[in-house]
Design a protein around this ligand. Structure first.
Ligand code: ZN
Length: 242
């Protein structure tokens, strides 16, 4: 069974379409949240995801914030302006869909969250120390996370052992070993200095993970960001992948 694992689309519909075209056939889709925020086509992204079959979709911090009613002090200036824009532009139907997404999901050997198993919506796992603190907060062999927009893999062989961090190479299959926290990177706003949309595929029987990268017309997305009146920085960062 081939799973398409995507995260942090952030209203970048062209990047999402490029990923879906590049991925070919798959049996199920796991989306780790942040369908909206920053990008110019949040409704298109939510509708594309909503329409998928065999989908598991998690709630991200930008999704939650776009529903309103949250204290936005954790967001930087551009993120906050983007959240306000999302609140004004997301359809009621799409807000209702986002409002019903789970914060945590278990599927066989996998726990799925947006941020971390400890604080599913908000916490970033950026380094081995963050990962070490989070291993006790899930019981499955593997935990999939997004939120940092950086593809990586953390492994702890057994409780109390040091945590090892690895950045999988694009197109090189990796045999997952228990226990691991794994991030597929970001479809719509990569932050590892590579503008290509990032996603992963997972062989659910063999526990084989593979990272993929696909270029898309980000100049067109930059144009849409400017036209939409979203912060210019949202457009600038697509080019440098930051
Ligand atoms: Zn995000």
């Amino acid at each position: 069974m081939k799973i398409l694992v995507i995260s942090d689309i952030h209203g970048n519909y062209l990047a999402l379409e490029a990923v879906l075209a590049d991925a070919g056939t798959y049996d199920a889709v796991w989306c780790l949240g942040d369908l909206v925020g920053y990008g110019p086509q949040p409704n298109e992204c939510v509708e594309r995801i909503r329409g998928m079959s065999n989908l598991i979709c998690l709630l991200g911090n930008h999704d939650a914030a776009s529903l309103g009613g949250l204290d936005l002090e954790d967001f930087n200036n551009e993120a906050m302006q983007s959240v306000q824009w999302m609140m004004d532009h997301l359809s009621e139907e799409n807000k209702a869909y986002l409002g019903n997404l789970p914060e945590k999901y278990h599927y066989n050997a996998f726990t799925l969250v947006h941020g971390s198993p400890r604080y599913p919506i908000w916490e970033y796992i950026l380094n081995t120390e963050d990962a070490r603190r989070n291993f006790p907060f899930f019981t499955t062999r593997y935990c999939l996370v997004g939120h940092s927009h950086v593809p990586c893999l953390f492994q702890q062989r057994k409780k109390g052992d040091p945590v090892h961090m690895e950045i999988p190479q694009t197109g090189i299959p990796v045999q997952l070993k228990p226990r691991s926290i794994i991030n597929p990177g970001s479809v719509g706003q990569p932050r590892d200095h590579n503008p290509g949309a990032c996603y992963a595929t997972l062989d659910l029987e063999q526990y084989i993970w593979e990272l993929h990268r696909v270029s898309y017309n980000y100049q067109q997305v930059q144009k849409l960001i400017v036209e939409a009146g979203l912060p210019i920085r949202n457009a600038a960062r697509l080019e440098g992948g930051w």
